[in-house]
Design a protein around this ligand. Structure first.
Ligand code: SF4
Length: 590
């Protein structure tokens, strides 16, 4: 009988040196057995490979891609963790993506991939059948659309098996600090500038695939547990919502409660929210749903837009554009855009360029307010930004990529850099230099963004904690911090295995214990919690080593001015919470 815990494929770490055009493989059961994969293993590999003081855009930066012990085995174990030093924040960068990448890495026979060095000329990596080929990508460098790169590589790399195509767009090539990596057609490593790191390495794309199988030790037990989890996911009303409307189902509830950031968070309500609701998109724009590999939910919603050819009365071109809550918030409500088709075109432009939608939207929202307040003029912006004017925003997205003047070159470094130079720091919505996610639900959301180790809403779901307390007595700061840390520590288990966080309700501790058992891994719920805390601490230590400073944590002033569903946030409350958090962290790391 095969013992997958001794199966060396998941333990295999593929090392690639772009400078020397070499690769080698090492088996690391020590890492996978202790840290489960994903976030836990990536943290350790980065610690081993990265000198903390390196410039994030130098050849010495290191990129780790890691999957987990459950990848390819259970529904929604469909994500990959990317870890690197972030050129946006200057410290730890971690981004997660779905699509086919996780399963493709597993089918190719690896548990993690470490990419080091930099190429002198643009290259793409073709990884399959135990080989890594370094292929000239000079002809792909400078191509306007990241989507075209995907199409070209699909034809150039026709080998069989499950395959992923990850690539950067022009934004990554031009080192925009919030450039993304686009996967397949509708998924991304969006946050914290992985695209710029690839650009600095002259790495245009990575194509990975394979046909290997994933053995399990106890097949009949595995089938039983698989069915339980599958049933739980497919019958859950929460997952049904993700299937029906996708993440945009959030738009209306957040708007009703006054938590939908609008026009650079000058309001928590958008008067045209209904036009951008999940329901409206589904009714007027939805073309189809797609799913990440090994996911029965299919939460990825694809809209269709039609455009008439000029001079041809009855001839149309149709294009398909993925939409989610976060781009609707960042490029829609934050910019006052209520024209649904206009918003889809703006989302498409951001995708074509290979930019993070959230950071781009927040940067454009800050620019619009700074322009209206006279801190910057048309000399800087080259256009007249106006809330709702999506056509102008499309031009501005192109300027962020091209950087035709000093203003756009600065905006390409991030919103906070631009606000430091031109003023308006008080309304620059950034947390540790990362731009704000789309929830203004109360203290939990904002504290969560600030202290979350990715500065992401998904680190600890502070926004969910807020929603529990609407209409009730809000907890004292100490309790809020404890809840945030507890949740973030548990999520390290999920992102190490690397499960989709949308399905977190189906993967309670008892279920994760059951899921690991047929693989021959016997851990109790208590063991898992301990591993979660261990990974959290390891990641925090790495982040601190890379330059994260707890004393410098600051919240944007704007968040104290706009009421949340839990009332106005007070500075006094947040100061107490931060003080308690710092003490707690020092205790934890002793
Ligand atoms: S729920 Fe959505 S994001 Fe999560 S794995 Fe499924 S399709 Fe991908």
């Amino acid at each position: 009988m095969v013992d997958p815990i001794k199966d060396e494929l998941i333990y295999r770490v593929l090392y690639i040196d772009l400078s020397r055009k070499t690769f080698w493989v090492r088996s690391r059961p020590d890492l996978f057995n202790k840290f489960l994969g994903g976030t836990g293993v990536a943290t350790q590999l980065l610690k081993e490979e990265l000198r903390p003081d390196v410039d994030p855009l130098s050849p010495d930066n290191v990129v780790v891609l890691a999957i987990g012990l459950l990848t390819g085995l259970y529904p929604t174990a469909s994500k990959v963790v990317a870890m690197f030093k972030s050129p946006l924040t200057g410290n730890l960068g971690e981004s997660h993506a779905g699509g086919r990448a996780a399963i493709a890495i597993r089918m190719a026979g690896y548990g993690a991939i470490v990419i080091k060095g930099a190429s002198e000329i643009p290259v793409y990596l073709s990884i399959h059948e135990g080989k890594v080929e370094f292929k000239d990508a000079s002809a792909l460098w400078g191509v306007r659309s990241s989507l075209t790169i995907g199409k070209v590589l699909r034809e150039r790399e026709p080998w069989p098996g499950l395959r992923t195509i990850m690539r950067i767009g022009r934004a990554g090539e031009r080192l925009v600090r919030y450039a993304s990596v686009v996967l397949e057609t509708y998924r991304h490593f969006g946050r914290l500038g992985l695209g710029a790191v690839w650009g600095s390495k002259k790495l245009k794309a990575v194509v990975i695939g394979g046909k290997r199988s994933v053995p399990v030790a106890d097949v009949s037990e595995y089938r039983k547990v698989y069915k339980e989890i599958f049933d739980e996911i497919t019958k859950s009303p929460v997952m049904q919502k993700y299937h029906d409307l996708g993440t945009p189902h959030n738009v209306m509830p957040l708007n009703v409660m006054g938590a939908l950031p609008t026009r650079n968070l000058t309001s928590g309500k958008f008067e045209d929210a209904e036009k951008l609701s999940g329901e409206s998109f589904a009714e007027y724009s939805l073309a189809r749903r797609v799913a990440c590999a090994h996911c029965p939910v299919a939460c990825i919603h694809i809209a269709v837009i039609r455009e008439r050819y000029p001079h041809e009365k009855y001839f149309y071109t149709t294009r398909y554009i993925g939409y989610d809550y976060e781009p609707i918030y960042a490029l829609g409500t934050m910019l006052g855009v209520s024209d649904r088709d206009g918003l889809l075109r703006l989302i498409e432009e951001v995708d074509v360029a290979g930019l993070d939608a959230m950071s781009t939207g927040v940067a454009l929202a800050w620019t619009t307010e700074a322009f209206k307040r006279g801190l910057i003029t048309e000399k800087e912006t080259l256009v007249k930004p106006e809330w709702g004017d999506w056509k102008t925003y499309i031009e501005m997205v192109r300027y962020i990529v091209k950087q035709p003047n000093e203003f756009y070159a600065t905006l390409a470094l991030g919103t906070e850099e631009a606000a430091r130079k031109y003023g308006g720091l008080e309304f620059a919505l950034t947390y540790g230099k990362n731009e704000m996610p789309g929830y203004h639900t109360g203290p939990g959301a904002h504290l969560g963004y600030l202290v979350g180790l990715r500065h992401s809403h998904l680190d600890n779901a502070g926004y969910s904690i807020d929603q529990k307390y609407i209409g009730k007595q809000y907890p004292p700061p100490e309790k809020l911090v404890d809840e945030i840390i507890e949740e973030e520590a548990w999520r390290q288990v999920l992102t190490s295995l690397v499960l989709c966080l949308f399905a977190r309700g189906a993967y309670k501790p008892a279920t994760v214990v059951k899921a690991l058992t047929p693989l021959g891994l016997k851990l109790s719920e208590e063991d898992l919690r301990r591993v979660g805390f261990e990974i959290y601490k390891e990641k925090l230590k790495l982040k601190l080593a890379l330059g994260y400073k707890l004393d410098e944590l600051k919240l944007p002033k704007r968040i104290f001015e706009i009421p949340t569903p839990n009332g106005l946030i007070t500075e006094e409350y947040m100061i107490k919470a931060l003080e308690y958090y710092r003490n707690k962290v020092s205790e934890m790391l002793k």
